[in-house]
Design a protein around this ligand. Structure first.
Ligand code: PRP
Ligand code: URA
Length: 209
């Protein structure tokens, strides 16, 4: 089973504190989610392969290294995952973006799919699935299953806050998928919300509540 990476960089932790704060409005919330996604992407992509290249500087030749091999695909789970896309694209502008639309049925807490559009060369890309919240894990487990059914192989999951239940669900269903999170919270409440969490990520991003 692969590790869960907790990104404990001070900048990430500082920004997460403000993101969680109930008094943070949608504009600041969006900006901070963007920034945390960018900072986390730095860690998520740490194992990208490099190749040796020779570069001509104004002073002579330098032996350098540049990223080689596989390309990246980022796949936000709609809707809240959208808030993490721009941060990653600032670091990796050539990444292709797929979308999976899922919402969690409020009664059953089961994920319901309503949209799926993925890059055609998905099998040749390193894929990063984005969602701020990993609660029961139902949405992430289903999204990763769709991606695998369409040919995706190298998949990482990047979330802002994970509940222990969600981590266990992803690890049980997809033991090959590494999870990156800025926090592992205490538990879920009776409505499947992460406690203390940050509330409803989609509503806070888009101001719908
Ligand atoms: C939220 C969140 C995750 C899901 C997590 O989405 O963004 O996708 O819940 O819960 P789970 O781990 O129990 O599946 P939601 O269903 O509220 O949809 P939204 O992003 O459209 O608001
Ligand atoms: N979805 C959210 O947006 N927040 C939670 O705490 C759980 C699921």
């Amino acid at each position: 089973m692969l590790t869960v990476h907790i990104i404990d960089h001070p900048l990430v932790q500082h920004k997460m504190a403000i993101i969680r704060d109930v008094s943070t409005g949608p504009k600041e919330f969006r900006e901070l989610v963007d920034e945390v996604a960018l900072l986390m992407a730095y860690e998520v992509t740490r194992d990208m392969a490099l190749e040796d290249v020779e570069i001509e500087t104004p002073m002579g030749k330098a032996q350098c290294r540049m990223i080689s091999g596989k390309k990246i695909g980022v796949i936000p789970i709609l809707r809240a995952g959208l808030g993490m896309v721009n941060g990653i694209l600032q670091l990796i502008p050539a990444a292709k973006v797929g979308h999976i639309g899922l919402y969690r049925d409020p009664e059953s807490l089961q994920p319901v799919e309503y949209y799926c559009k993925l890059p055609t060369d998905i099998g040749e890309r390193d894929l990063i699935v984005l969602d701020p919240m990993l609660a029961t894990g139902g949405s992430a487990v289903a999204a990763i299953r769709f991606i695998k059914e369409k040919g995706g192989k190298n998949i990482k999951l990047m979330v802002l806050i994970a509940a222990p239940e969600g981590i266990a669900a992803v690890q049980a269903a997809h033991p090959d998928v590494e999870i990156f999170t800025a926090a592992v919270d205490e538990r879920l409440n009776e409505f499947g919300y992460i406690v203390p969490g940050l509330g409803d990520a989609g509503d806070r991003l888009f101001g719908t509540k």
